[in-house]
Design a protein around this ligand. Structure first.
Ligand SMILES: C[S@@+](CC[C@H](N)C(=O)[O-])C[C@H]1O[C@@H](n2cnc3c(N)ncnc32)[C@H](O)[C@@H]1O
Length: 334
């Protein structure tokens, strides 16, 4: 790895680790699918329990180095795939999966890697790819027209100054190649009000979501996970912003309700729930976790137990979030 590491944050803390371990109880053994391996925080902890196996997935090939170290330590209990979690149905496991875990977003390691350009403190060429991407933030900023940029900033970033920022981008890109530092300057000069958060966070988030197709990844990942699991298995998701949480909440609540299933299921199955969700409210990090790791402050954990199989849910799920998927489809113009 020849990443330039930005100096701001150094130590990686797996978010809500204690809570996750208490929910999945690895002391009883079993096979776990970690869909967002990162620095291996969850995988390593699970493997400390005897009779566990972990299959791990991450789209970022830079996570391979950590994965290889774990593979060496647990050759028969750990397997890593450099894949997107929308592709987990391609993974064949001889063992029944006890639990599938998603810890969404990016890791501290990624945000501190200047070449990835995920931080508003990054410098140089725009990128924002987490891995296995087909286009970068550079392509987005230099090729999309005003209306499309505004839609991305407004709906993925929920940013009030979306139009001003997009206009400034169009003007500047006629004169020069826009780099990370230029984008940060444009955003900061467009903001009138004082915001507690860094002024650039929301626009950067919106471009990152667009470049990595995070909405469709999440929808496809959840559907694939619900098919891979056998009844009795569990899905756990840690999300970090409201759009992600809205998708996860809808998925679990809709499939754990007695209603809404009639269009897609045979009559005899109408009233049967697919998931059991015990806690309607998400689990949040404790005050002490937020103090040690401020990045955990926006984390929300939701989990559900699979009760039975379902077919054909993806269509309904995609219809529900069509307005977001339509924005993602702007990328077809690139
Ligand atoms: C928050 S970090 C996970 C940290 C991990 N739980 C740990 O404790 O080390 C999220 C990771 O998920 C990966 N990721 C994000 N979206 C993904 C996707 N669609 N498919 C596969 N990996 C993804 C990122 O590359 C990043 O490494």
């Amino acid at each position: 790895m020849n990443a330039t590491i930005l100096s701001e944050n150094k130590k990686h803390f797996p978010v809500l680790l204690k809570e996750i371990i208490s929910i999945i109880s690895p002391q009883y053994g079993g096979t776990f699918l970690d869909c967002t391996f990162g620095q291996g925080g969850y995988s390593k902890r699970i493997l400390e329990f005897k009779n566990t196996k972990v299959i791990a997935v991450d789209r970022d090939k830079d996570t391979l180095k950590v994965a290889k170290g774990i593979e060496k330590k647990y050759p028969s209990r750990f397997k890593f795939y450099n894949k997107k979690f929308s592709e987990i149905s391609q993974i064949k496991s001889a063992d029944k999966l006890r639990c599938i875990i998603f810890d969404l977003g990016y890791s501290l390691y990624q945000i501190n890697d200047n070449t990835k350009g995920l931080s508003f403190n990054s410098t140089g060429k725009l990128n924002m790819s987490m891995g296995l991407n087909t286009f970068s933030a550079h392509d987005v900023i230099h090729n999309l027209d005003l209306i499309d940029l505004v839609r991305i900033f407004k709906y993925f970033g929920e940013d009030k100054e979306a139009k001003i920022v997009a206009k400034k981008i169009i003007t500047l890109r006629k004169k020069k190649n826009i780099k990370n530092e230029d984008l940060k300057d444009i955003i900061e000069s467009s903001k009138k009000k004082y915001f507690k958060k860094n002024k650039s966070t929301k626009i950067f988030q919106s471009i990152r979501m667009f470049v990595n197709k995070e909405i469709s990844e999440l929808i496809k990942g959840l559907v694939a996970a619900s098919k891979l699991l056998e009844p009795g298995g569990m899905i756990i998701v840690v999300s970090f912003h409201s759009l992600e949480d809205r998708i996860v909440k809808f998925f679990f609540n809709d499939l754990s309700s007695d209603k809404n299933l009639s269009r897609y299921l045979p009559k005899r199955e109408n009233t049967k729930k697919i998931f059991q969700v015990d806690k309607k409210r998400p689990i949040l990090p404790s005050q002490s976790e937020v103090e040690i790791n401020p990045a955990s402050r926006s984390a929300k954990l939701r989990f559900a137990l699979k009760l039975r199989d379902i077919d054909d849910y993806e269509k309904k799920f995609k219809e529900k979030f069509k307005f977001l998927l339509d924005i993602e489809n702007i990328s077809k113009k690139l």
